[in-house]
Write a new protein. Structure first.
Length: 409
């Protein structure tokens, strides 16, 4: 077998241009399959990571209207009816082995924020330090609110870049006082929380946001109970488990009367993510099937060039048979050459596919992931192409009669 492989490489390198052109169909087919699968797998994993765990293994536990459960969306109850969360319950959730972090924060849409003649309707967040640990932001101007300021009744605010642009078209926001529900707040920082995934999935679209100290939230909104409870799991495998556990602890504090109208729950994002991943896999198989048509073309090219090779080496075959070479040895020699030819094309195609996926990722920002099963499957498939399309020329070579082969010019 090793001798056959050595002879195969000698034949391939003896006709370099012809061999490359022969492998081209296989190379293109394998490269297309690898690139498609890598991009779709990468996008699926990125989407799954952001959908299931917000990109950092975090899940939200929400206080949901019982009448809306199972409708496919969340309808939050009035913030005035949401019961306060006991400190003991917070500590109990935080002490669980699969919980890494916890934040009780507020989130709602503003009825209007003003600065002189400018106005915007941002999404408001009343947060503590735990929120900024779970959902880190990048300060582009000024500073971040301190842990002490976040818990106190400080009239400080951080704007994201969109809110800053709408309120301060000239760009100078730091130190200015904005009007929020009739209360002046001083802008101490401008931030961005847009990630690479956000750029890919949403493009340039963002929404105005502002971050307030959690301690002053009741003065703004008129209620103190958190509208969102974010739980960060220790790993992606425990996200859903951590969220459901937190919901159970929170529901244990509710009275039967409260649970009859509303209770804490988490959406099964894992199931949704798995459905999306299954759809993407099906889509990848469809595109891969289309790309594999070029493999068929490449296989026909291999068969054609192997028939040419058999014709060119007819006298060589006749000499080997005259010296006692058996039929199966001749067949194995040419079949090995076909397999080596397509396998080499498969290896080059795999390298090309990974390179194409990486290049697309660098240009567009789309995530990609190298799929080991796709690489192994592509390599095996290229070998099968060599066997299938190399069999006919190999049989032809093995059936040549020694006398006729020796007399061939």
């Amino acid at each position: 077998m090793l001798e056959n492989i050595r002879l195969s490489f000698q034949s391939i390198f003896a006709h370099k241009l012809r061999s490359v052109l022969t492998m081209l169909g296989v190379i293109i087919g394998i490269a297309a399959i690898i690139a498609i699968v890598s991009m779709i797998e990468g996008e699926s994993e990125a989407l799954k990571s952001n959908l299931v765990g917000m990109g950092n293994n975090t899940i939200n536990v929400v206080y949901e209207d019982m009448s809306m459960m199972g409708e496919g969306y969340y309808s939050y109850t009035s913030h005035l009816t949401a019961p306060p969360v006991k400190e003991e319950t917070v500590e109990l959730i935080h002490s669980q082995p699969n919980v890494n972090g916890l934040s009780l924060y507020h989130e709602t849409w503003s009825s209007g924020v003003f600065y002189q003649a400018n106005m915007t309707y941002p999404q408001m967040y009343g947060v503590d330090q735990g929120y900024l640990d779970l959902f880190p932001i990048t300060i582009v101007e000024g500073r971040q609110l301190t842990p002490v300021e976040l818990l106190g009744k400080n009239q400080f605010v951080m704007l994201n870049e969109d809110a800053r642009n709408e309120l301060f078209p000239e760009g100078d926001a730091l130190g200015k006082l904005i009007d929020l529900s009739g209360i002046p707040f001083q802008v101490v920082g401008v931030y961005t929380d847009k990630t690479t995934e956000d750029v890919y999935y949403y493009g340039d679209w963002t929404e105005p946001k502002l971050i307030l100290p959690k301690g002053i939230w009741p003065l703004i909104a008129g209620y103190e109970s958190p509208t969102q409870i974010a739980v960060q799991a220790t790993s992606s495998e425990h996200i859903q488990e951590a969220g459901m556990m937190a919901a159970d602890f929170l529901n244990a504090d509710l009275s039967p009367a409260d649970m009859a109208t509303a209770m804490y729950s988490v959406m099964d994002m894992q199931a949704i993510a798995e459905e999306i991943a299954a759809y993407n896999r099906t889509f990848a198989m469809l595109l891969g099937g289309i790309a594999s048509i070029s493999l068929l073309v490449g296989g026909i090219g291999v068969m054609n060039i192997m028939l040419v090779s058999v014709t060119e080496r007819t006298r060589e075959i006749g000499i080997k048979k005259a010296l006692g070479a058996k039929r199966h040895l001749i067949l194995l020699q040419f079949l090995t050459e076909a397999i080596v030819l397509t396998s080499l094309g498969g290896v080059l195609g795999i390298a090309g596919g990974i390179g194409i996926a990486k290049l697309i990722s660098m240009i567009t920002g789309m995530p990609f992931m190298i799929s080991i099963p796709a690489i192994i499957g592509s390599l095996l498939f290229s070998m099968v192409v060599g066997i299938v399309f190399g069999l006919l020329p190999s049989l032809k070579a093995s059936k040549l009669q020694p006398v006729e082969a020796l007399r061939y010019e």
